[in-house]
Design a protein. Structure first.
Length: 191
């Protein structure tokens, strides 16, 4: 890379005249400090890309953004927002519950369908399906073995016919009703 030669006096005067008329194309991201910045350039505003600051927090205050305790299993919120808020905070008590612990897939699927359809036909709105979290076990085989297979299958079964038409919302249960080992199933009004 070639070194620059010092400017002659007439070149320096021409450079100063051009620098006074120049307008920046973009706002500079940073402004270097030191002797390499010519004094004839006007000071430009520094554009800072600071991360958003967290508001100061005092003991006893609630956080500015509430953290959701539970999330819908599929899709968005289909039910009334006020009722959904009560549901996620565990303020609504389930009217009936089914425990699928210890069942095989072949036993659990028809039991779940029977339970959901009976609850819907009797006019219940909120039921609790306890699936359990699944046991983590030692896996010595060449293929990894999934744990909690009923827990994984129940949301799919609830979306499929004949249960899908009777259900308005499926969401993870509040900690007091089983947390991630249970599901709230909010049923549609029976006609």
């Amino acid at each position: 890379m070639a070194r620059r030669r010092p400017l002659r006096p007439e070149e320096e005067e021409l450079w100063k005249a051009v620098a006074r008329t120049a307008k920046p194309m973009h706002a500079p991201v940073f402004r270097p400090k030191g002797p390499e910045v010519p004094a004839e350039f006007p000071a430009s505003p520094v554009v800072a890309h600071d991360p958003p600051r967290i508001a100061p927090f005092r003991l006893g205050e609630k956080p500015a953004v509430p953290r959701p305790q539970t999330a819908p299993i599929a899709g968005g919120v289909q039910m009334d927002a006020k009722a959904f808020g009560k549901l996620t905070r565990g303020k609504l008590a389930p009217e009936a519950r089914i425990d699928l612990h210890g069942m095989t897939l072949a036993e659990a699927h028809p039991e779940l369908i029977r339970f959901i359809l009976n609850a819907h036909s009797t006019g219940l709105r909120l039921v609790l399906v306890i699936t359990g979290k699944g046991k983590p076990g030692t896996d010595f085989g060449p293929m990894p073995r999934r744990t909690g297979i009923i827990r994984q299958q129940v949301p799919h079964w609830l979306r499929q016919p004949p249960c899908g038409q009777a259900i308005l919302q499926v969401t993870e249960a509040h900690l007091r009703h089983g947390g991630s080992g249970a599901l709230y199933v909010y049923l549609r009004r029976s006609r």
